[in-house]
Design a protein around this ligand. Structure first.
Ligand code: G6P
Length: 460
């Protein structure tokens, strides 16, 4: 058990809380939230005194008592977001404009004034909830792109507490960021924070350039910094000791006996490069005559209210079928096994343990924590094929890095990882594991909070 730092309380703020209330049918249930942000931030509460404010995923409005009855922990404070602003704020601005733009992709829609009014409205709901809990010495730590306007809403209400903002996604080039209708206001809001943190130097440089292009001087007091997020290393490294994980692992091992396992795990998202990955795996198998090999593709449902996500899921399903038929005709015992559902931590840990190779090829990614989880959880040296455009590639130089836009590069990476010598595999693995261990979630939180505490505030 980690000891809590004896210091200021932190109000953590993110769009999504680490738990999601499913209100689609009665009785309502409380489930674990998906995505790197929710999974890792939970660990911050082990070392700091935190209160976490955010949306609990409920599509229907719930009373305080209903949240209590569902067992919502008292340090999680839910923000009810009414249906009207929610659709504009989350489905349209956050998921159909901000998300693709931050990943340097073209948004499927254009925003209207009503969309941004809704974003401001939601920021004011968050600001009011924060203020209702705020004490003089609290520090406020805002996470991710959904709440870029929140700092402005807080300052407009006279909040003088230290505010830190951390962007979990990439920050694109200034020209790409400027395609967002409201980009100047978003940047202005960020300059009102005391510290703005990014995953990589590339993101920080792009942000500073965007301020310059927008003629916004970075305030002398606002600081920026690079804080690559990590994972709770021990949680994953010790998972295989749990009886439930052992049982599940044995079951998988029997089922996939004699098979070389290539594993890919992600949320359903077009930034994750799943379509190219499918093609590349098939290419590698056929070109190099690989046999007794299974590519396990685990995709967790996500953002299904957006049509482009629903379409992507159907397309993956069709491609898996097509490529499996091709493999069946031309290869020996090589197939793609696709599963589209949420997996528990036990299941994921068992897969991490079983997999000989992890294949992570997003077109671009803020960090990608799956790769770090695999490195912590797989007890023997394994191999990692990783896009050079994922934030994690900066720290994991020893991964086999590939160009996610080029199927030949990914296929070649798969072949290199498959045929790597034991010595080289061990050597690369040791370096990566050391890094994932040292730069874990606690190191990340501690360095961000220390930098925020040191930042000289002009707001008080
Ligand atoms: C990414 C984002 C997170 C987000 C997560 C899941 O990791 O950076 O902010 O919570 O995806 O997406 P969702 O839309 O379900 O919250």
């Amino acid at each position: 058990m980690m000891r809590q730092h004896m210091m200021q309380r932190i109000l953590m703020v993110s769009n999504r809380l680490p738990v999601t209330v499913d209100t689609s049918h009665a009785p309502y249930t409380l489930n674990r939230s998906l995505g790197g942000l929710a999974t890792s931030l939970g660990a911050v509460g082990q070392v700091y005194n935190t209160v976490w404010i955010g949306w609990a995923g409920n599509q229907k409005q719930l009373t305080e008592q209903q949240f209590i009855d569902l067992g919502l922990p008292s340090n999680l404070v839910p923000v009810n977001i009414p249906k009207y602003p929610f659709h504009h704020y989350y489905d349209r601005v956050a998921n159909a404009v901000m998300w693709p733009t931050l990943h340097s992709m073209k948004p499927p829609i254009q925003t209207r004034a009503s969309d941004w009014n809704a974003v401001r409205h939601v920021a004011s709901l968050f600001a009011d909830t924060i203020i209702s809990r705020l004490e003089r010495d609290d520090i406020i730590w805002i996470h991710d792109f959904h709440q870029i306007l929140l700092t402005m809403a807080l300052r407009a209400r006279g909040v003088t507490n230290k505010v830190g903002f951390f962007l979990h996604t990439p920050f694109p080039s200034p020209a790409v960021f400027a395609t967002i209708t409201n980009h100047k206001q978003l940047l202005t809001s960020l300059t009102l924070a005391d510290l703005v943190g990014f995953q990589t130097k590339r993101d920080e440089t792009n942000f500073i350039a965007a301020l310059k292009e927008a003629n916004l001087k970075p305030s002398v007091h606002m600081q920026t910094g690079v804080f690559p997020i990590g994972i709770d290393f021990d949680l994953y490294a010790n998972a295989h000791k749990q009886l439930s994980v052992q049982t599940h692992y044995e079951m998988l091992r029997n089922k996939f006996k004699e098979q070389y396992i290539v594993l890919s795990i992600s949320r359903l998202d077009y930034t994750k490069g799943i379509l190219k990955q499918l093609e590349s795996f098939t290419k590698a198998v056929l070109e190099h005559n690989l046999h007794h090999i299974t590519y396990r593709l685990i995709v967790a449902p996500s953002r299904e209210s957006r049509i482009e996500y629903r379409r992507l899921e159907r397309k993956i399903g069709r491609l898996v079928h097509t490529y499996n038929r091709r493999l069946e005709r031309k290869a020996t015992q090589a197939y793609i096994s696709f599963e589209y559902r949420n997996h528990s931590l036990d299941e994921v840990s068992s897969w991490y343990r079983l997999a000989d190779m992890l294949l992570i090829t997003p077109s671009v990614d803020g960090m990608n924590l799956v790769v770090k989880e695999y490195i912590a959880a797989h007890p023997k040296p394994g191999t990692v094929v990783l896009s050079y455009t994922a934030g994690a590639a900066v720290q994991l130089e020893q991964a086999i890095q590939v160009d996610p836009h080029d199927t030949s590069s990914i296929a070649d990476g798969i072949w290199r990882a498959y045929s790597i010598s034991t010595l080289e595999r061990k050597d690369r693995w040791q370096h990566m594991r050391k890094n994932v261990h040292a730069e874990d979630i606690f190191a990340w939180a501690t360095s961000f909070v220390a930098a925020l505490q040191d930042a000289e505030s002009r707001h008080r």
